[in-house]
Design a protein around this ligand. Structure first.
Ligand code: ZN
Length: 214
């Protein structure tokens, strides 16, 4: 696919995922400025993360670092798109989260769910806060492994504000040596609407400079 893009555009091609791009934007112009080690969480129709270490994105040996949406949360759960069973993405996605409101609210989209949450609908708020706890439990495992300086949250679910952030923060802290360390800072992205495209643009600019410097 990359080779066909190169032929079509006749220029270097850089491809990355949304969490990595958003983390780069947060590092340069968002909540990650001045923090050399942080974890970014991308929420939406699937969950991803990106780890910035010493100011640079850590991708892992195969480029799969941070794919927490494929961490197993239910050994007997649904088969995931990755081929494993019961991944986080099989329980936190648009269809699953909105389906539990089908009886009381009718058919809903993710946008309806978020708006209902913002408007104070108790059912929508419960769905979002439960999702936050589930994601937070998985993120806590990452925190124990990498000890980030802060956690920045972006993506669709974070638009619910404190209805998502507070239970997310509490679910992480509950599993992180609660009496031994200062609570880890968990903050919503200040640029949630643009961090993905902004990060993609910044990556392209920075990589083109590296290419020119060769
Ligand atoms: Zn999976």
């Amino acid at each position: 696919m990359i080779s066909s893009f190169k032929i079509a555009f006749d220029c270097p091609i850089l491809i990355d995922n949304d969490a990595n791009s958003a983390a780069i934007a947060e590092s340069r112009q968002g909540a990650g400025q001045g923090c050399s080690n942080f974890l970014y969480i991308q929420t939406g129709d699937g969950t991803g993360s990106a780890l910035v270490v010493n100011g640079s994105l850590y991708r892992g040996s195969l480029g799969l670092a941070g794919e927490i949406g494929h961490q197993q949360v239910d050994p007997l759960g649904d088969i995931c798109s990755c081929g494993n069973r019961g991944c986080l993405n099989t329980v936190i996605n648009e269809e699953r989260l909105t389906s539990v409101l089908q009886v009381t609210h009718g058919s809903m989209s993710y946008a309806d769910l978020i708006q209902g949450c913002i408007d104070g609908d108790p059912g929508c708020r419960r769905v979002i806060s439960d999702a936050a706890i589930r994601i937070g439990t998985v993120v806590a495992s990452s925190c124990i492994a990498v000890d980030p300086g802060k956690i920045i949250v972006g993506g669709l679910l974070s638009k619910s504000g404190d209805i998502f952030i507070e239970p997310f923060r509490e679910s992480i802290q509950r599993l992180l040596f609660p009496s031994a360390v200062t609570p880890i800072e968990v903050i919503a992205s200040p640029i949630p609407e643009k961090n993905v495209p902004l990060g993609a643009a910044l990556s392209a600019i920075e990589n083109s400079k590296l290419e020119l410097a060769k």
